[in-house]
Design a protein around this ligand. Structure first.
Ligand code: PAF
Length: 282
């Protein structure tokens, strides 16, 4: 099992030793309930660093009042065993007072890229993410920090924040890790009933088809309308959005003059799933 630290002081002591040996350090922030997708982030991080530190903190500030903070899956023993298997070097497990000491009053909010998509559906979510990630990056001061492209908007928010605040860590996005049937891995997949799990891969199939048809010159509006109808027909109970956006700025896209991605968020019962794919122009 990787070494574990719980306080900022012990985190900095452990990382400081490596830094003095000129070892390059990667941070992989997570909320635990780890799965193969997270492990792929650790392996990805390893390509850019000599030591990989994984943090686990279920951040209350990024959950809305009606969201799943209290029932978000927690499995520390399972997480530590999985991380050992991929050779993570250090596990940072701050408690909530370490991250949000009493009197905590600061919020980091990132305009622009936080608007639209999940930002509209989850008010305050990206400020909660930016605030905790800013803290983790300041606490650990890693050379690189790795985030999954599944939360693509989150990745753009964090890149913007790091650039704006001169946080020296290089922010890297790692490719989405999928089940054999295409479903993007997510800690929330474990909420799905067997019937919902059988429907879930349609999310990826639809955005993949929309992206392919767009690349072949199809109309954005017509393809999105068709995709929305397919998701409803497949059994998704609520569609938050299906949209095409600029891959860097996340501005809505009407024609494909710049790199774009297709983004989706939809519910199966109480479980909200998101996914995205690039539009690869031929
Ligand atoms: O992607 C996540 O798991 C979280 O949003 C993150 C980046 C660890 C911040 O809490």
């Amino acid at each position: 099992v990787p070494a574990q630290v719980e306080t900022v002081a012990s985190l900095r002591a452990a990382l400081g030793q490596w830094r003095r040996q000129n070892l390059k350090i990667a941070l992989v922030p997570t909320m635990g309930a780890l799965h193969e997708g997270h492990l792929s982030l650790v392996r990805f991080a390893r390509q850019f660093a000599d030591r990989v530190c994984v943090s686990i903190f279920v951040n209350p500030k990024q959950f809305g009042p009606a969201e799943d903070f209290s029932r978000y899956p927690r499995d520390l023993a399972g997480d530590a065993a999985l991380l050992d298997g991929v050779g993570a070097d250090l596990l940072y497990l701050p408690n909530s007072a370490e991250i949000y000491p009493s009197g905590f009053a600061t919020t980091v909010s990132v305009a622009g890229v936080s608007a639209g998509l999940c930002g509209d559906r989850r008010p305050g979510h990206f400020a909660g993410v930016a605030t905790v990630v800013a803290k983790l990056l300041i606490q650990a001061a890693p050379d690189v920090a790795v985030f999954g492209e599944k939360d693509y908007q989150q990745l753009q928010v964090i890149k913007r924040m790091a650039a704006d605040l001169d946080l020296p860590a290089q922010i890297l996005g790692a490719p989405i890790w999928r089940e054999a049937d295409g479903l993007a891995m997510s800690s929330r997949n474990r909420y799905l009933t067997p019937a919902e799990r059988a429907i879930a891969p349609a999310l990826y199939q639809v955005i993949k088809d929309v992206a392919a048809a767009l690349a072949n010159g199809g109309s954005v509006a017509a393809l999105l309308a068709e995709g929305r109808a397919r998701l409803t027909a497949a059994g998704f109970t609520q569609l938050d959005y299906l949209e095409v956006r600029d891959a860097a700025t996340l501005a809505p896209v009407e024609s494909l003059s710049r790199p774009a991605r297709v983004f989706v968020a939809a519910f199966l019962g109480a479980t909200r799933l998101i996914d995205n794919v690039p539009v690869d122009k031929r």
